[in-house]
Design a protein around this ligand. Structure first.
Ligand code: UFG
Length: 333
């Protein structure tokens, strides 16, 4: 519990809306700034204040910081589609890097001293050593990863120059939904495996395409470290506590369970949970995909009190499926 409020950018989006719930449930006050380009107001818990606007709008952001007594920022807003970042890199440098620069500037100018940043495993590119640790080379292979890495570097330099500390959380594959059914992944045009698979399970798609069967993995399909979005949200709340308690320290932490599942194993879990046999169509590798991305998560376990509570693939699928059904109901599909 803190006296000041937390400003959450992208709080009407998938991961941001879960963080809003985790913050509120922990007793924090929350102000969301979201331009609603991909987010939805119905995902924002009514206990939070929702300000619709751009995070680059320094007058708006500084006004919100002042009016609500903001002490920390959690920065989720941004563009996240890897292939789109390849065809439209300037969109990613604007929405992710330039917008973050404005937001960090507003925080510094307003005396907001703590900043939690949504970074990504995409900053590592195609790591040679898996599980991948935070000190592994940062060699992003797409503008999305580069745009996020550039923000990490800005935060590093700003923390060295100002009374300011940060935590960059490098997410692996985020999936699932709030177990209480209050929010979940709702953006149209999903590309993420578990979202696509549960859409197929409720009849919105007739098959799932498996991209690549010739990776150097046990069954040849891509291996990822899937983390439940509510566990991830909880890590943010713990990171905030640490930044407040130790103002001189900043941290960069992988967020994953440290265990990988192949595409086929994920689809087996979906079949198990749904009692269906969803058609799999095997296809070529997707451009730019790594074979295996699994977190070395020792640092987050050493640094935060955080412990995974939902490290269970079937449970992740169940929660994703329950939200997909609810979403179809809400939208009258
Ligand atoms: N996959 C399929 N079929 C699909 C969708 C995905 O086979 O329809 C496979 C992918 O090839 C990959 C795995 O499922 O092997 C996971 O793919 P996702 O699209 O769910 O997630 P990514 O691993 O591609 O992306 C994640 C994050 C990105 C981040 C990236 C880092 O969502 O934000 O990791 O590489 F940039």
């Amino acid at each position: 519990m803190s006296d000041g409020a937390v400003l959450v950018t992208g709080g009407a989006g998938y991961i941001g809306s879960h963080a809003v719930l985790a913050l509120l449930d922990a007793g924090h006050r929350v102000v969301v700034v979201d331009n609603l380009s991909t987010g939805f107001p119905f995902l924002v818990d009514p206990r939070a204040t929702l300000v619709q606007g751009e995070i680059e709008d320094e007058a708006l952001v500084r006004g919100a910081m002042r009016d609500h007594g903001v002490i920390a920022v959690m920065h989720f807003a941004g563009s996240i589609i890897v292939p789109e970042s390849v065809t439209d890199p300037l969109k990613y440098y604007r929405n992710n890097t330039v917008a973050s620069r404005s937001l960090i500037g507003s925080a510094v100018a307003s005396g907001v001293r703590h900043f939690i940043f949504s970074s990504t495993a995409a900053t590592y590119g195609m790591p040679e050593i898996v599980p991948v640790s935070e000190d592994s080379p940062k060699l992003p292979i797409n503008p999305y990863g580069t745009s996020k890495l550039m923000t990490e570097l800005m935060l590093r330099d700003v923390a060295a120059a100002h009374d300011f500390n940060y935590c960059a959380l490098r997410y692996f594959n985020v999936a699932g939904a709030d177990p209480q059914g209050r929010t979940g992944q709702s953006t149209a045009g999903a590309t993420h495996l578990i979202k696509i698979a549960v859409e197929a399970a409720i009849g919105k798609r007739d098959h799932v395409t498996v991209f690549g069967t010739d990776y150097d993995t046990a069954d040849g399909t891509g291996v990822r470290d899937y983390i439940h979005v509510s566990d991830l949200a909880a890590a943010h709340v713990d990171a905030l506590g640490l930044l407040i308690a130790r103002p001189g320290e900043s941290h960069t932490l992988n967020c994953g369970y440290g265990r990988g599942y192949s595409v086929n194993e994920v689809l087996d879990a979906v079949d198990r949970v749904t009692n269906l046999k969803i058609e799999r169509r095997y296809a070529e590798r997707r451009l730019g995909d790594a074979g295996e991305l699994v977190a070395d998560n020792r640092r987050i376990l050493e640094t935060l009190p955080w412990r995974p509570k939902r490290d269970d693939l079937d449970g992740i699928v169940k929660d994703a499926l329950a939200w997909e059904r609810k979403l179809a109901e809400i939208r009258g599909e």
